[in-house]
Design a protein around this ligand. Structure first.
Ligand SMILES: [Zn+2]
Ligand SMILES: [Zn+2]
Ligand SMILES: [Zn+2]
Ligand SMILES: [Zn+2]
Length: 366
């Protein structure tokens, strides 16, 4: 009997301890750390105690943060936020990735929360969520101080005393890098401003070679554009499925006429490796096909640029010039890499069609 009473007493004690601890947390914060070693695991770390003397705003921020986070990556995104018809939130990169995955698998994309169908047309951005997120606090990656999400980009790139920076004389070859507040002391020691021309000439030559190459490739584009026989085609790649054993996703333009011949462009994801939806990195490559019957050789240079139509606001394609001699036996080029990032590739895949501009220049026979 005595034993039972004791254990009941103990239970009551520990219960009331827990309750009183929870109630006391707001009082403990910012006042005294010595009481915090009472064994409570839920105790917030000392750093957070410094943030606010009043506990309520911090908790509210955390609670709002977890409500507004992306339901796929669980992060608070500073990018666009989309929602399904039932209001579940997804950041734009998860949204695009999900749509791209489902397109590759030939499945209807669904919301990971409620399984309703999602697409570019039935999901909308939620500006109120985006604006609320931008008002929530975030810690600077470099100095650990707290800023509004709307201010953090400028702080980290321009104002943070601990932001990473390179030496003022990096162009002369100095490889120093460190925190911004350490730069003045490095500049006192840096030996590059006092080096002689003889010592620096090789670094400068190497840089000039690099810039010359870039300049040359742009000059080639300009030269090609001034040639006589030139075709500019604004094309749209549409998804197409094969009846192979495993359904594969291709893209194809309709036939088009340029330089008096009929052509077609095909594209494929990750160079046709099986199960592209299981890979993290994605690439897009394309093939130019001559559809007309020809008796002579067509000596052609061609390259792809972003198209004037469609959602191409962020898509940037470096012009890479390819050269191919088409004749009656050689009517298809290899698959050629499109120089875009994996993320761009997902963005392209998630839209219903791909719009681009193809420039073809026929070289004169010597
Ligand atoms: Zn996300
Ligand atoms: Zn949903
Ligand atoms: Zn900072
Ligand atoms: Zn230096």
């Amino acid at each position: 009997m005595a034993d039972t009473t004791n254990s009941n007493d103990l239970q009551q004690n520990s219960l009331s301890d827990t309750v009183s601890n929870t109630n006391e947390i707001p009082l403990l914060i910012g006042t005294d750390n010595s009481t915090s070693d009472s064994g409570d695991v839920e105790e917030p770390p000392a750093k957070k105690c410094k943030i606010s003397l009043n506990d309520k705003p911090r908790l509210l921020e955390d609670r709002i943060g977890s409500i507004l986070s992306c339901c796929i990556c669980l992060d608070l995104s500073t990018l666009a936020m989309f929602q399904c018809v039932n209001g579940h939130l997804m950041c734009v990169s998860c949204f695009n990735h999900l749509l791209a995955d489902c397109k590759l698998k030939d499945e209807q994309a669904t919301c990971p929360n409620c399984r309703c169908e999602i697409s570019k047309s039935n999901c909308t951005r939620n500006l109120a969520v985006e604006k609320t997120i931008s008002e929530l606090p975030i810690q600077c990656d470099y100095c650990s101080k707290i800023f509004l999400r709307s201010e953090i980009k400028i702080h980290q790139s321009q104002h943070c005393p601990d932001r990473p920076i390179i030496c003022d004389y990096s162009l002369l070859g100095c490889n120093w890098n460190g925190s911004y507040h350490n730069l003045p002391s490095h500049l006192i020691l840096c030996e590059y401003p006092n080096k002689t021309g003889l010592e620096l000439i090789n670094t400068i030559r190497a840089q000039k070679t690099k810039y010359d190459e870039e300049k040359k490739s742009l000059e080639t584009v300009v030269d090609l554009l001034s040639l006589n026989q030139i075709g500019v085609s604004d094309l749209i790649l549409k998804p197409l499925r094969t009846d192979d054993f495993v359904a594969k996703l291709y893209f194809e333009t309709s036939r088009f006429t340029a330089l008096q011949y009929q052509w077609q462009v095909r594209a494929r994801i990750n160079d046709n490796i099986p199960h592209p939806h299981t890979t993290v990195t994605r690439s897009l490559s394309y093939q130019l096909i001559l559809k007309s019957k020809v008796s002579q050789t067509i000596d052609l240079k061609f390259f792809i640029l972003k198209g004037p139509h469609g959602d191409s606001s962020t898509l940037q394609i470096q012009p890479i010039i390819y050269h191919f001699e088409f004749n009656q036996n050689n009517t298809e080029t290899e698959y050629l890499k499109l120089p875009i990032s994996s993320q761009e590739c997902n963005r392209i895949l998630s839209s219903s069609s791909i719009s681009f501009r193809l420039l073809m220049v026929q070289l004169d026979r010597p």
